[in-house]
Design a binder for this molecule. Structure first.
Ligand code: GP9
Length: 413
């Protein structure tokens, strides 16, 4: 009934192709490794500072992968937990607070449970206190067989809040390998959350490898150092996956969770060497990179169409050949949905031709609409239909969560 309710309102978009497409089910039975990277933003991908690449390993990986620079985080006040929730459930986070702490016992159609029902072993990895963001409770409810938190890792690389990402990723892969050996031929779903690039980004000097020039000693310079470190950790992870024979049997899905909480425009103007308008800043603060590597590297290149965190679950289900129609999901299938529609928690939205930003008073006409081709403000009326649709989508998502509609409206077996 939830799906029918969405469909009546024109919301249901995580459709399964009715006729075969080359990518549907092309990676059936593959392992799936998802890495949610702390404060990893798109504006610094492919950029250099003082002649040095900031993300050399990610840039290298892009050559054999699908890269989406117009992928948006859709988080609200629940930050990292919101990115996790939206990616796994294909629903929006709440307007206030975190779903993880407010409604942990409600029912959601989440990727770990769906994959578990399809014969996968499922595990979440995050080297911090298991109670943070109420993960211990939520991950049980989400169907993870295992949740490896700080206590399950050897603290052999103390860094920032906890264990450094290099050791975290290394130890996590070791655990996946052991689990798979024990599980015979069952594929696994692993969800990893990194931590070293967390605000305020002050990593010790011996870990700082970039010459950030004029940004030395600033929070922005520290941010670049932190993401450079994480990039190296990702590079080492890929090497280990290759050495351990997991690379050719796994889909790798890497994305950033949210922005870096550094809103000061002057940093970005200096860094990018140009003046930035309101649209530029909206995209800088809301776009996180998405990289998908498939086992035979056959899906690759740059997809400039918009996407967002709600799209993860339907898109991975597409590649695995698991129909998503029966689930209450609102995201796009990145391998099928066309055109795409991406709604941010603020009520901003884009369809790839315009981007609308609401005003603080919520009055439609007071918002701004940008034409993405000219990158200049355009007639706000162009956004009217999308505005109504975006508002409705957020409202339906909120009601689904608050009133526990998936549980209430799912017929008993
Ligand atoms: C801590 C980490 C940080 O476990 O997920 O969360 P954040 O403060 O970025 O929401």
């Amino acid at each position: 009934r939830v799906q029918a309710w969405y469909a009546n309102a024109g919301i249901l978009r995580s459709e399964t192709p009715s006729s075969p497409t080359a990518s549907y089910g092309a990676y059936k039975g593959s392992n799936v490794i998802v890495v949610q990277v702390e404060a990893f933003m798109n504006f610094m991908i492919g950029q250099k500072i003082g002649g040095q690449e900031i993300t050399p390993h990610f840039n290298q990986l892009m050559k054999d992968s699908l890269y989406m620079p117009n992928y948006y985080h859709q988080t609200g006040q629940g930050r990292t937990s919101d990115a996790d929730f939206s990616s796994q459930s294909s629903l929006h986070p709440l307007p206030t607070g975190s779903v993880f702490t407010r409604y942990p016992d409600h029912t959601y159609n989440v990727l770990p449970q769906i994959l578990k029902d399809n014969g996968y072993q499922t595990a979440a990895f995050h080297a911090y206190e298991s109670s943070f963001w109420n993960r211990y409770t939520v991950y049980k409810a989400f169907g993870y067989d295992q949740f490896y938190s700080k206590k399950d890792f050897t603290l052999d690389e103390p860094l920032g809040w906890s264990l450094g990402d290099k050791s975290f990723l290394h130890q996590s892969i070791n655990k996946m390998k052991i689990n798979q050996e024990h599980a015979g031929s069952a594929p696994f779903y692993s969800f990893l959350i990194t931590l070293s690039s967390h605000h305020p980004y002050t990593l010790p000097e011996q870990v700082q490898e970039l010459n950030v020039g004029e940004f030395q000693g600033t929070i922005f310079g520290n941010y670049l150092q932190a993401v450079h470190y994480v990039d190296e950790a990702l590079g080492q992870m890929v090497e280990q996956l290759k050495q351990d024979g997991l690379w050719d049997r796994s889909i790798l899905y890497i994305y950033g969770d949210h922005d870096n909480s550094i809103p000061d425009k002057t940093y970005y103007e200096k860094f990018l060497g140009r003046s930035l308008n309101e649209l530029d800043m909206e995209q800088i603060m809301n776009q996180v990179p998405l990289l998908i590597h498939v086992p035979d590297s056959k899906i690759k290149g740059m997809d400039l169409r918009p996407g967002g965190q709600l799209d993860m679950a339907p898109s991975l289900l597409h590649l695995l050949g698991i129909p998503s129609q029966e689930f209450a999901m609102m995201g796009n299938d990145l391998f099928h949905s066309n055109p795409r529609f991406v709604v941010l928690r603020s009520g901003a939205f884009t369809d790839g031709t315009i981007l609308y930003m609401p005003s603080a008073d919520g009055i439609f006409e007071h918002g701004v609409c940008y034409d993405l081709a000219t990158r200049q403000p355009t007639d706000v009326e162009r956004a009217r239909a999308g505005y109504t649709k975006a508002k409705q989508q957020l409202d339906y998502s909120d009601k689904t969560i608050e009133y526990d509609l998936i549980r209430k409206w799912t017929p008993a077996p």
